[in-house]
Design a protein around this ligand. Structure first.
Ligand SMILES: Cc1ncc(COP(=O)(O)O)c(C=O)c1O
Length: 423
């Protein structure tokens, strides 16, 4: 454990006054929750909104609702994504089907998507990783012929905007996560947006059976959120980061997560969420642009990103090779810079899925695992951190000098700002 300024890979702030007022939520019935649902419905022009205890609870509920009365059991997801996604599919008793991912766009490889989508597929999950909008319209086009539902995984992209529309409004149904490192947080939490009366009816039927959380769970979430508020600060983050048993930043596959409605205390924490979300996303964008400019990745690509309004939950960078990634992550750990190696494997390699998932080659996802790092962009990233990050990423001061010739790639035709390749 080294006592030094330490950035967390991702963070979201909660105003102290909301945190202190939240326990009053225990006394306020469902006033804040109803207000939250109304406000979300309005901002995202959704047909209906449901709020739950986490993003994976939201996804599980969507999947269970879709599976009612359908013989289809297959759910197509990117081969590189958060492990919570297959966890929810297994929890809903459905089958995980992978589609490889293009390392340049972090979106599906669409030729492959075309070959896996058929009449046995229940739904496909285009995913806005790190706040970069996926091409949902193209996914929808492929799904239409087979009457496959498009579930937008907008867990990491609340507030992002593509040329087609805001993240979370382009699929048939979508979900956001309000987990600790997300664009907006209530400690944990999840939101479902439905865009069709038929889907709303199915989800409503499932939601009716979802219990309210026990008081113990509500209080635990509040205490954890208070601790997060204190220790996420770079002056203190060295402490939890130095406690390996906390497993901070670890990605785990597990299916014994609870499914509850969002409690009033969490809803209370989200007061003023719309402005907070926009403010936090503006800050992330500004940090990402500063980083890219300092790294010599500015210019055309930065403008592209700005016009597409990615929200840069993190700034993804593809390193030259695996050893460059390893040395950058090691250096970052030494100086507390918050660079993260992200998901440790492709979904294919999750041991608990070994006998549940058809083996297929996913070289794109494998390449991302080998080379991708993400750089923090959150509200605690200051100019001194940007200088530090810049030094690490350009190899200065590290014993392995990493040759960098900045090259940002962006596929403007799809208006998806993509990962930045450092070669
Ligand atoms: C892409 C993606 N989908 C789903 C989830 C699940 O959300 P939660 O952590 O709120 O359960 C996450 C969370 O990290 C995510 O990143």
């Amino acid at each position: 454990m080294k006592i030094q300024r330490t950035l967390s890979p991702t963070a979201a702030s909660i105003p102290l006054r909301h945190l202190l007022c939240a326990p009053l939520g225990l006394l306020s019935g469902v006033k804040y929750r109803n207000q939250l649902r109304e406000d979300l419905k309005e901002r995202f022009s959704a047909h209906a909104v449901f709020v739950l205890s986490s993003g994976k609870a939201a996804l599980t509920l969507i999947l269970k609702a879709l599976a009612v009365g359908s013989r289809r059991r297959r759910v197509v997801i990117p081969a590189y994504t958060c492990f919570s996604v297959p966890s929810a599919i297994v929890k809903a008793d459905l089958e995980v089907v992978l589609c490889d991912v293009d390392p340049e766009t972090l979106d599906f490889k669409f030729d492959e998507l075309k070959s896996v989508v058929n009449d046995d597929v229940l739904c496909v999950l285009p995913t806005h990783l790190f706040g970069f909008t996926a091409d949902v319209a193209r996914t929808k086009q492929l799904c239409r012929e087979h009457r496959v539902v498009v579930v937008e995984d907008a867990a990491q992209a609340m507030g992002a905007q593509s040329s087609v529309g805001p993240a979370g409004t382009m699929g048939d149904v979508a979900f956001f996560s309000l987990g600790r490192g997300k664009n907006l947080t209530s400690g944990t939490g999840g939101i479902i947006l439905s865009f069709s009366p038929a889907l709303t009816e199915l989800i409503e039927a499932e939601y009716r059976q979802v219990p309210e959380p026990p008081v113990r769970e509500i209080i635990c979430n509040w205490v954890e959120t208070v601790l997060m508020k204190v220790f996420i600060h770079p002056g203190l983050y060295w402490f939890p980061a130095g406690l390996p048993f906390l497993g901070l930043g670890e990605t785990k596959f597990y299916t014994d997560f609870p499914i509850f409605r969002m409690d009033e205390m969490r809803a209370c924490l989200l007061q003023g969420w719309s402005d907070r979300l926009d403010q936090s996303n503006r800050g992330r964008r500004a940090s990402a642009h500063r980083l890219m400019e300092d790294l010599g990745l500015g210019g055309r690509e930065v403008r592209t990103s700005a016009s597409s309004e990615s929200v840069y939950l993190r700034l993804p960078l593809l390193m030259r090779d695996h050893s460059a990634k390893e040395s950058i992550c090691k250096r970052s750990r030494e100086v507390g810079a918050g660079i993260s190696p992200n998901y440790p494997t492709t979904i294919q390699e999750i041991p608990q899925l070994a006998d549940r998932i058809a083996v297929r080659l996913v070289p794109g996802a494998q390449d991302i695992v080998e080379r991708l790092v993400t750089v923090p962009t959150h509200c605690f990233v200051e100019q001194q951190d940007i200088r530090k990050l810049n030094r690490i990423l350009s190899g200065e001061g590290s014993d392995t000098a990493i040759p960098l010739h900045g090259r940002a790639t962006a596929d403007e035709s799809r208006r998806r700002p993509c990962s930045v390749a450092l070669k």
